[in-house]
Design a protein around this ligand. Structure first.
Ligand code: HEM
Length: 465
């Protein structure tokens, strides 16, 4: 009999958010809203599966829409030309073959946010530009997107991620060695955070001693997702300037690393990127294109996996019988990883897309020029798609159907290595630990922003003899 458990939304912040009772109370972006996201999703599904946010579209006279239904989000993410990310400029869209797009292109401009009366900018332009150069030059269309993934990232973090198994086991064990003889651990700073940092430094080929720098730059990259305002993750002018300065440092760092790799290539992703002949163009990558790929690996590869592992630890603290079941039958770790990714998606509201033509979802008209906020976290608990959606059911059919890594050709290219890190983590911890529980002084503060992540996780455990 496989494990089934209903997830309770334990955790929260000291902010003012209140448990919502009706659609008027739902604000997914208010300070502390994370605590009630799942209650909000239930209301959204029932009352407003396509929820309008007035004036939050691609121009002041257009709107934003929160999509929360599985079928809508799965449809949108699979068609990047019809629903491109708002960071793509109209000129880029034309290059991609989209014509007739008239939305006001204000990506790099400063806009006045009336609600807060502060000057805010779109997600940091320098980062978006670096990524955009790499995206638009290397994969301006679906076919090249697939080629990019197959040739450049899959061998390292996608289908070929398995080759990192030994390295990940070593990294995870060396972190566990540091605290296994104590009876307690602050699990995030002592494991969930450093593991993906060490893994990504090794994969990309950055010196391990530089991890504190990578952490600093990784934090700068995800700043809009953590401190950004509203569904468009807007930073204040000051935040944006700070972010740009840090990212410029990162750019310089990668250039230096590239010089080194060109002189002394090693078996790592950066060396590979300096040498590879990109098949669709039959040429080597430019340094800017390589920086774009490295940016994407750091922005995607650190906090997401950290959040996944720390949510899994919380679920196991709350469910000793599930811990025991996994300990006794390791074949259940894979379903456990998928189900926890589904019910506690780190990427609750990561992605936005825009409409290039008039659309209709759930009978609601959504005009061209709107911004769609894709709520993966809500889609994953849509009861029309998942039976008893809040239950962790290790025997659920089509376990990987969730939208946590998105779907279609833009599916997270790092899903292979992230899944591997999570599977290895639980295999090793279940070998080395007899039981775990929350420490009596554990707090359950959520990180702000649109990702689901705990800030701290104090755990007491019993070491396996
Ligand atoms: C639990 C862990 C992770 C989750 C939940 C996750 C989720 C996602 C999602 C939903 C997207 C799609 C964004 C969109 O289309 O708007 C994405 C994109 C991306 N992810 Fe992940 N990710 C995870 C781990 C990783 C790792 C470990 C890496 C790197 C090794 C990575 C690299 C990327 C990159 C580069 C993109 C951009 C893809 C593109 O636009 O071509 N991710 N991720």
């Amino acid at each position: 009999m496989g494990f089934k458990m209903a997830i309770e939304n334990k955790g929260g912040t000291s902010d003012s958010a209140k448990c919502p009772f009706s659609i008027e109370d739902v604000d997914l972006f208010a300070p502390g809203a994370q605590k009630y996201w799942y209650e909000s999703y239930e209301i959204l599904h029932k009352e407003a599966p396509v929820h309008r946010i007035p004036g939050e579209g691609t121009s002041p006279d257009t709107d934003g829409f929160i999509l929360s239904k599985y079928e809508d989000i799965a449809f949108v993410v699979k068609d990047i030309l019809r629903f491109p990310p708002p960071s793509m400029k109209s000129s880029d869209l034309e290059k991609s073959g989209i014509s007739g797009f008239n939305a006001d292109d204000k990506n790099d401009s400063v806009v006045d946010d009336n609600s807060s009366n502060k000057m805010v900018t779109r997600q940091d332009p320098s980062l978006m530009n670096a990524l955009q150069v790499s995206i638009m030059s290397l994969r301006p269309n679906e076919e090249l997107w697939k080629a990019h993934k197959r040739q450049l990232t899959d061998p390292w973090v996608g289908t070929g991620a398995q080759k990192n198994e030994e390295m990940i086991i070593k990294a995870a064990n060396s972190l566990i060695d540091k605290w296994i003889d104590n009876k307690n651990v602050e699990f995030i700073s002592e494991f969930a955070m450093p593991l993906p940092q060490i893994v990504m430094a090794n994969v990309i080929g950055f010196p391990i001693d530089d991890i504190p720098l990578l952490k600093k730059w990784g934090d700068a990259m995800v700043m809009p997702f953590v401190y950004g305002q509203g569904h468009r993750n807007l930073l204040t002018k000051e935040q944006s300037n700070e972010q740009q300065a840090l990212l410029a440092e990162f750019g310089e760092y990668v250039i230096n690393q590239l010089d080194e790799k060109k002189k002394n290539p090693k078996d790592d992703m950066l060396s590979f990127l300096t040498e590879v002949i990109y098949e669709p163009y039959d040429r080597k990558l430019t340094d800017t294109e390589i920086i774009g790929v490295a940016f994407a690996m750091i922005i995607g590869g650190l906090e997401t996996t950290q959040y996944a592992i720390s949510e899994q630890a919380q679920i196991l603290c709350k469910n000793p019988s599930l811990f025991k079941e996994l300990k006794e039958d390791r074949s259940k770790i894979r379903p456990f990883v998928e189900e926890t990714l589904r019910v506690r998606s780190p990427t609750q509201g990561l992605s936005t897309r825009m409409t290039t033509q008039d659309e209709e979802f759930q009978g609601i008209k959504v005009p061209a020029g709107s911004i769609l906020h894709l709520r993966y976290g809500a889609a994953n608990v849509d009861e029309e798609t998942f039976d008893c959606p809040h239950q962790i059911n290790l025997e659920r059919k089509a376990l990987t159907r969730h939208l946590t890594f998105s779907q279609g050709h833009r599916t997270c290219p790092g899903n292979g290595i992230s899944r591997l890190e999570q599977t290895i983590t639980w295999n090793l911890l279940l070998d080395r630990i007899k039981s775990i529980e929350f420490s009596p002084d554990a707090s359950f503060e959520h990180q702000p922003g649109i990702m689901l992540g705990a800030l701290e996780l104090k755990i007491n455990f019993e070491k396996e003899s």
